[in-house]
Design a protein around this ligand. Structure first.
Ligand code: PEP
Length: 251
């Protein structure tokens, strides 16, 4: 059956020493407990090596927040999928709404990033989600279906490595969480799209995470929904105790 996953997205927060401390705090909170889900923290590129050393021997996995669309070469300032993988990271967030909005990432670019991530042994956490206007005008299913297209061009064995994160943009960092029913409806819709493309067995095995102002206080209700398989957590991943509270929603 599919896995439950709680993944943190630190975004552009913390210096390296602060990030090491945060990772260490989380590892210590998890010691002696048995998390009922997979736990991943996705950090800035600069932190990956140092955080990998802290996570060694712990149940927490490491991911990056992005990777380049090119495999190597004269792309000053870019970080390739192979570079990310060489730090010890196993995951990479792709298509986060902030990358779509501020850096113009589209399906074509995301298809290239997906290819490189998968070829380098990284598991993509692929984000989709509508903006407020699209929620209000009712086009949200259509928008999300369009954003899923890069995944549906993958060979099935590659698709099986992907985790999908539904993150309504109007809920990210706003304190305005989607209701558990809104999340469930969209997750069920996404799973149906996967089923139509890859079949029921693959759809049932795909983890679909919810993201958008998820906190210890609302995680349990969201995660109780049958098609919500965990969360991608922004703000609340920056405090080990809050992140731990969300992990414990799976107890
Ligand atoms: C995110 O950006 O992935 C996110 C879910 O942020 P927040 O939890 O802060 O809304």
């Amino acid at each position: 059956m599919r896995k439950n996953i709680v993944a943190g997205n630190w975004k552009m927060n913390t210096t390296v020493p602060e990030g090491v401390q945060l990772a260490d705090d989380l590892v210590n909170l998890l010691k002696g407990t048995k998390a009922n889900c997979d736990v991943v923290i996705c950090t800035p590129f600069t932190h990956l090596c140092a955080v990998a050393a802290i996570l060694e021997g712990s149940p927490v996995c490491l991911g990056a927040e992005n990777c380049a669309r090119h495999d190597k070469g004269a792309y000053t300032g870019e970080v390739s999928a192979a570079m990310v993988r060489s730090t010890g990271a196993d995951y990479v967030i792709l298509g986060h709404s902030e990358r779509r909005q501020y850096f113009g990432e589209n399906n074509e670019e995301l298809s290239e990033k997906l290819r490189l991530a998968l070829d380098n042994g990284l598991r993509p956490i692929f984000c989709v989600g509508e903006v407020l206007e699209q929620r209000e005008d009712g086009s949200f299913n259509e928008v999300v279906a369009g954003q899923l297209e890069p995944l549906f061009n993958l060979p099935v064995d590659d698709f099986k490595k992907v985790i999908i994160a539904y993150e309504p943009v109007w809920a990210i960092g706003t304190g305005k969480t989607a209701t558990a029913d809104q999340a469930e409806d969209m997750h069920a819709f996404i799973r149906k799209q996967v089923e139509e493309k890859f079949g029921k067995q693959v759809a049932e095995a795909t983890s679909i995470l919810y993201g958008g102002s998820c906190k210890p206080g609302n995680a349990r209700e969201l995660f109780a929904k049958p098609d919500v398989d965990g969360g991608l957590i922004g703000g609340a991943a920056l405090k080990a105790a809050d992140f731990m509270g969300i992990i414990e929603a799976f107890s």
